[in-house]
Structure formats: C-alpha cells, structure tokens
Design a protein around this ligand. Structure first.
Ligand SMILES: *Cc1c(COP(=O)(O)O)cnc(C)c1O
Length: 383
C-alpha cells in the first residue's frame, strides 16, 4: 500500500472548510453585477488597512503590481537604483527592471533569509554622492512569513532619506516589535496569490500605507491615471482587484488569524519532532526571532544534499519545494547587470540548502509527525 500523500498546499481542503461562505460571497457579486471596483473592493481595503494597522489600503491586480505601482508613484525610471535582496521571488526585482531602473542587490542574513541591515548600511555608505542620489527606494522582503529587521532598515533608510517598500507578500499579519507587516515602511505590498496566507481564487494584491498622497496617487494609477472617466492626468495602467476576488477574500479574512495559529502550531510540532526523531545537527530549522511573529507562509529548513533529500522525500509521498533555487543576481535576464557567482555568498548558500516542508493549516500535527518520521528515514539513508 502506498504511503499517504502529504501535499505542500491543500487549497481544495481550505475552500471546502468554508465553502458555504465562499459560495454566498460569489452569489452576492453575481446578483449585484458590479464586477469592477464593486462595494466588496472598498470593504476589503478597509478591513485590510485595519488588519495591517495602516490608514489606507489600495487593492490592485496582483502582488507584483502592488510593488510596481508604488515604484511608478515614485516616478522611478532609467538611471535610478532600487535596493532589493537577491534571495526572493522574482517580482521584487522584476518590477524595478520593468520601469527601466536598475535593481541593486544587497545580501541577506544567514539566520532569517531577510535583507541584512548591516550590509545595507555598508552599501549605501560606500556610494559616491552622485550615485547615492540615484537610489530611489529600498524593498526589504519579509521572506517566508517573518519580517525583516524593519527598525534597523528604517533607521538606515531614514538617514539617507530613501523610501522603504515592504514586500509583505508572504507575511500578512506577521509583526516586528508589535508592528504589523506593511505598516512599518512608506508602504507595504501584499499578494493574494492562492498559495499566500490569505489567498484568493486567482490573482490579487494590495498596497498598505499611511501616506494620503500615495493612497490618492495609486487610486489613479490603477485606472490608467484617470480621475474623471476618459480624462487622464497621467499614464497609469489597468490594475484592479476583481470584485469577485475581493468578495472571496472578505469571506476568508475572518479565518486568517486561526490559519496563522495552525501554521505556528505546525512549526512547533516540527521543532518538537526534530528534537525527538532526528540526530543533532541533521538539519537547520528556521529561526523565529523573539521580537517577531512568524506566520510561516513557508517552513524552510537548511539541509545538506538538499536535492537528494527532496527526491527521496517525494518517493515517500512527501511534497516539498525549493524557494528559491537560483538567486536573482544569477538569473539569465539579469546578466547585463554584471553580477557574478560569489557576489552574494549568503544568498548562494541558501539557494543550495533550503527546503520548504509542508506547513499548510489544513495539515495537523499528526501529518507533521509523519513528515519528520519519513525525513528521518531519508536522512538516515543518506548518512
Ligand atoms: C508572491 C510574491 C510576490 C508577487 O505576488 P503575485 O501576486 O504572484 O504577483 C512578490 N513578492 C514575493 C516575495 C512573493 O512571494
């Protein structure tokens, strides 16, 4: 008999658990027929702003656009630099390039996988004044569900008067020193991609901010720069969140807190099982900072012979994933930027060692125990 399959993600089970609420939300949108910027969009913006602890939230078409639009609001273009970590999902740097500006990479911390404030400070201090003037934004990423060290990053950014855009796509609800992801920088960006902690039934995104002028500007940019219909003050784009997505997300939002707790319980179950079932030093568990609340969009370990471990786990019907196998400075499309292997050693080591294990809230501690039992077999076979 095959071993029971343990998936990385179980969107169907999550949908099933609240199916009636989702069906009703969809039916209401079908009935009122305001498919573009209907009432649910504004309601969701208000709820998300409240949840993240910001004055404003502006919905858009994806987490990618949530990064792109504030960069557009800064009028970023050719000749400008934007600091990003090289260890993140592609969108963080891709948005910078799409506007003709240059992503500049600064390495991450070994423990948290997040932008290293010390290296950020060192990089900015090393720039001649003319180059420093071209650095128009810093985008720390709250990778895997834990906030980057925002107090330290804000201190450095403030010293150089550079706006900070928090890429909080993976970290809705996580906190650093009591402040929520998305509320600490000039603005924060969220994704509602189905695998995120708050996932829609398709694409979606949101920008959070306390800046009223950014709020107003983003509301224009997402509708082709048009205040009054067919009158365009500037060139924007079409980037709205569908009313249907907003309605589904409104139905899901009240459950988000409970899902985060389940993720945290799963993480605790992993740590407990590691200590019981694995030899000391078999792998490195993710670090949860005392100052931060980790919401575990991913539970990402470091392990030797990572690819082999992943292959053998798959043979034992345990899904896992590598976020991310190739650092951004080594991507083909960024070759013209002139970076080389060895430029960001912490990132490059992470890319070789990371493995994300199943932590979906639909999985209970029993499944986690099973994952670690099978992982123990795999590690033993490789020892
Ligand atoms: C998912 C993600 C994005 C982009 O979100 P989409 O909604 O897929 O466009 C951006 N940054 C990070 C770190 C992400 O994980």
């Amino acid at each position: 008999m095959p071993l029971p399959q343990i998936p990385l993600l179980n969107v169907r089970a999550q949908t099933a658990s609240i199916r009636a609420e989702i069906d009703q939300a969809i039916a209401r949108v079908l009935d009122h027929g305001q498919f573009i910027l209907g009432p649910e969009v504004r309601q969701l913006e208000e709820r998300i702003a409240e949840y993240c602890g910001t004055k404003f939230a502006i919905a858009c078409a994806s987490g990618t656009d949530a990064i792109l639009l504030p960069l557009m609001a800064l009028n970023i273009g050719p000749g400008d630099r934007v600091v990003v970590p090289p260890f993140t999902f592609f969108a963080t740097a891709g948005c910078v390039s799409r506007l003709g500006a240059t992503p500049v990479f600064v390495d991450i911390e070994y423990g948290t996988f997040n932008l290293d404030p010390v290296l950020l400070g060192r990089y900015l201090e090393s720039l001649p004044p003319a180059d420093l003037a071209t650095v128009k934004a810093i985008i720390p990423v709250h990778l895997f569900g834990q906030c980057a060290d925002m107090p330290a990053i804000n201190e450095i950014a403030g010293r150089f008067s550079i706006p900070v855009i928090e890429d909080a796509a993976q970290a809705i609800g996580s906190e650093f020193s009591g402040a929520r992801a998305g509320s600490m920088g000039w603005c924060g960006t969220l994704s509602f991609f189905p695998s995120k902690n708050l996932g829609g039934i398709g694409d979606g995104g949101m920008v959070t901010t306390n800046d009223p002028s950014l709020d107003a500007r983003l509301r224009l940019l997402r509708v082709h720069g048009s205040g009054a219909t067919y009158f365009h003050d500037e060139v924007g784009t079409n980037s709205r969140l569908d009313t249907l997505q907003a309605a589904v997300l409104l139905a899901k939002l009240p459950h988000l807190e409970g899902w985060a707790v389940r993720r945290q319980e799963n993480a605790a179950a992993y740590r407990d099982a590691f200590s019981r079932l694995l030899p000391e030093g078999a792998l490195t568990a993710p670090i949860a900072l005392p100052d931060a609340t980790h919401v575990y969009n991913q539970f990402t370990i470091r392990v030797r012979q990572r690819d082999e471990v992943r292959r053998r786990l798959a043979e034992m019907n345990v899904a896992s994933a590598v976020y991310y196998p190739l650092p951004l400075h080594q991507q083909k499309c960024f070759e013209p930027l002139g970076y080389r292997a060895g430029d960001f050693p912490v990132t490059e080591t992470a890319a070789n060692e990371v493995l994300s294990l199943p932590i979906d809230p639909e999985l209970g501690p029993d499944s986690i125990e099973t994952v670690v039992e099978r992982l123990a077999v795999v590690l033993q076979s490789l020892a």
